[in-house]
Design a protein around this ligand. Structure first.
Ligand SMILES: Nc1ncnc2c1ncn2[C@@H]1O[C@H](COP(=O)(O)OP(=O)(O)OP(=O)(O)O)[C@@H](O)[C@H]1O
Ligand SMILES: [Mg+2]
Length: 144
């Protein structure tokens, strides 16, 4: 029985569609939902002894947190009858989602097949790929 569904939302169209799919499931199963938006924090990667390092993303501000909150809250408001909790976390998206899935003991983790990066070189994005491999629970990858 599905009682609690975690959904990864990054604000991209496929992630919003994944959230809608999860909301449809929740209506049928009466499961509660948690929407999580992970704000990617910069990671420092050494690129060689002489060349220094690169960072993977720009430092994040309070404004980014507000925008992320607004996105997940807006989706949650679409179906007031559902029990939806929204969260904004900082970190590496796939890691945070897998950890949260374990902590909250959810029965299902839902993500979109793609996110903001429309490059079609891979069938699914790197975040969906990682959660499929590492989540402690069943994963549903929504392809539309
Ligand atoms: N920062 C995030 N917070 C929450 N969920 C996320 C985040 N990033 C991705 N996801 C989830 O993973 C799904 C697939 O996104 P992913 O990032 O894997 O694809 P992509 O952006 O197209 O490719 P890539 O990021 O590998 O270049 C999204 O639809 C969303 O459900
Ligand atoms: Mg992405």
């Amino acid at each position: 029985m599905v009682q609690h569904i975690l959904v990864g939302v990054d604000g991209s169209h496929p992630s919003v569609e994944a959230a809608h799919y999860a909301m449809g499931l929740a209506e049928q199963t009466h499961a509660k939902l948690t929407f999580v938006f992970v704000i990617e924090t910069p990671q420092v990667i050494p690129v060689g002894p002489l060349s220094g390092y690169v960072t993977t993303s720009a430092p994040r501000s309070q404004e980014d947190v507000k925008k992320a909150e607004a996105i997940v809250e807006q989706i949650a408001r679409e179906k007031p009858a559902l029990a939806v909790t929204t969260r904004v976390e900082l970190g590496t998206p796939a890691e945070v989602m897998c950890e949260l899935a374990g902590q909250l003991e959810v029965d299902l983790l839902v993500v979109g097949a793609r996110g903001h990066n429309a490059a079609q070189r891979f069938l699914i994005g790197s975040v969906s790929d990682r959660v499929v491999h590492h989540a402690p629970c069943p994963v549903l990858v929504v392809r539309r």
